[in-house]
Write a protein that binds this ligand. Structure first.
Ligand code: HEM
Length: 511
């Protein structure tokens, strides 16, 4: 007994000594890092970043970056305190995403930032692990069966949930947070498409979803790690289990439990004849096509990655779309005319595909308000970007679609104007996509978004159904007033969302 007590005392002392030692090492690391970067960097960019003085003039960090990048002759700036090169130069973007793809991976620092939430899901891995998941996901998302299954789900969610919620709000004259409605819509849709399960978030009672809430908290806090001047800061907090890291750990635990419950539910329901992605992956395991797919952790990471991929991206794009349409009623009228103003009810996939003007409106909206506002890569070995910028090995390089959408050298002097016609340059004023390195809203090159077609179909289905039936009046927008492109205030996160939501009043066009 005495020996056990002594042993446990010994173990505790050793633990405390280790803890103290680790704390000292971490603190020394922070001091060294700050000493290396901060006090000696008195450039106005670093000072403005560290003191937050940029916020006096600009609504969002992205607006300030856009301003700095417009002033830069190369379209590239360096934020020394972050050790990060930020670029809005399409030639650099092409170099990183295509030409030298292997030298610009996501990298270990990024994997560490999001690793607790995303695990080894497709967004968070490079090399063989990424290639394997990409192949699997592109086979599934590209298959005709999955596409038509997805379209059916979108049409059902629009008809049976979204339209009744909006009709009800119109009849009651109620003010509605449209962003919340679209987030619920996108969450139900992605869960049904990806996992064959319906969380019923957009039911009339608007239930609270524990998974959606925990997921929001976890992605917000994971993104916050990336804004810290040094990774040692959040790593130390995680080690000590304090503050935001404690909150993050709790949120991730809830996400893990609920993802596990979803996987169990899917297994219970059977996977043989289901078209959802999770079932397809489980079939690969049971038929021996992919032994990884039998692993619960692998399945958990797929669930989390697809929630991240398909929810806030689509809901943000739809929210900013209706914000911008309310300022440009003639564009909403033209969409209505194109879709067939008098018709009601579900439309077909083929009909949606032919809506070129609507396609242009969606792209013009995402040019100004890309749902993923920036994306970071790590430069593996020192390199020189096409504009002559030298990048050290192991340094962070960020390309910035939000800033790129606001560059006169890319979009011309009217870059601030909302003008869908700029996309209608094909025969008969048909839609023509821009060079993807000028418009990397879905990323571009080898890691281009795998859900692009699905997202466009989803956004078309929603926007057409809504503009045909309703007029949406924005009554409470959180951005500053100004021209059509004036920016609302965004919550910093992995995917942009409008701080405080978008309060609207819905009016029926037909009785
Ligand atoms: C408007 C909607 C969307 C936008 C703007 C968008 C944008 C993006 C961006 C910027 C990336 C690159 C992210 C990164 O590597 O850090 C990406 C990747 C990806 N997206 Fe989307 N996305 C959208 C909708 C969707 C949907 C609905 C799905 C799936 C059902 C999806 C599936 C994926 C997947 C699987 C990847 C990972 C590709 C890879 O790493 O190889 N996306 N998307």
């Amino acid at each position: 007994m005495d020996a056990t007590v002594e042993l446990s005392w010994g173990a505790r002392c050793a633990g405390l000594a280790f803890f103290g030692f680790s704390l000292c090492v971490a603190a020394l690391g922070v001091v060294l890092l700050l000493a290396r970067r901060w006090p000696w960097c008195s450039c106005h960019v670093c000072r403005a970043y560290l003191t937050g003085s940029w916020a006096r003039e600009f609504t969002n960090l992205g607006d300030w970056y856009a301003h700095l990048l417009r002033l830069s002759p190369t379209g590239t700036v360096h934020v020394h305190v972050l050790g990060c090169t930020v670029t809005a130069n399409p030639a650099n973007v092409e170099y990183m995403l295509k030409t030298r793809f292997d030298n610009f991976p996501k990298g270990k620092p990024f994997a560490a930032l999001l690793g607790d939430l995303l695990g080894n899901g497709i967004f968070n891995v490079d090399g063989g692990a990424w290639r394997h998941q990409r192949k699997m996901a592109s086979l599934e998302l590209g298959s005709v069966a999955v596409r038509s299954y997805a379209y059916k789900i979108i049409a059902q969610e629009v008809d049976a949930r979204l339209m009744p919620v909006l009709t009800d709000a119109a009849d009651r004259g109620a003010v509605l947070d449209l962003q919340d409605v679209f987030r619920r819509f996108a969450f139900d849709t992605i869960c049904k498409i990806s996992f064959g399960l319906d969380p019923c978030c957009l039911d009339r009672e608007m239930p609270v979803s524990e998974l959606a809430d925990a997921f929001d908290t976890a992605s917000r806090l994971s993104a916050m790690r990336g804004a810290a001047a040094s990774p040692l800061l959040w790593k130390m907090k995680r080690f000590l289990n304090i503050g935001s890291e404690r909150e993050l750990k709790k949120a991730i635990k809830i996400v893990d439990e609920l993802a596990a419950a979803m996987i169990r539910e899917r297994q219970k329901l059977g996977v043989g004849s289901s078209h959802d992605l999770l079932s397809r992956v489980m079939v690969m395991a049971s038929t021996g096509v992919d032994p990884h797919a039998a692993d619960d952790k692998f399945l958990r990471d797929i669930v989390v990655s697809f929630l991240l991929a398909g929810r806030d991206t689509v809901s943000t794009a739809l929210t900013t779309l209706f914000m911008i349409l309310s300022k440009n009623p003639e564009v909403a009228a033209a969409m209505r005319a194109e879709a067939g103003a008098g018709e009601k009810g579900a439309t077909t996939y083929e009909h949606l595909k032919g809506l070129h003007y609507t396609h242009a409106v969606l792209y013009e909206n995402m040019r100004l308000f890309p749902p993923v506002q920036f994306d970071s890569k790590f430069c593996a070995a020192a390199d020189v970007l096409p504009d002559g910028t030298y990048v050290e090995g192991d340094a962070r390089v960020m390309y910035h679609p939000y800033a790129m959408g606001r560059m006169p050298h890319i979009w011309g002097a009217d870059h601030g104007a909302f003008r869908p016609e700029r996309w209608l340059t094909g025969p008969g004023a048909s839609f023509v996509p821009a060079n993807p390195y000028k418009f990397p809203v879905f990323q571009a090159g080898q890691r281009v978004c795998l859900g692009k077609e699905l997202a466009i179909t989803e956004m078309k289905a929603v926007s057409v159904a809504v503009v045909r039936a309703f007029d949406i009046e924005v009554v409470g927008e959180n951005g500053r007033t100004g021209g059509a492109a004036a920016a609302p205030r965004f919550v910093p996160g992995l995917t942009a969302s409008i701080s405080g939501g978008l309060q609207v009043r819905v009016k029926r066009l037909h009785t």
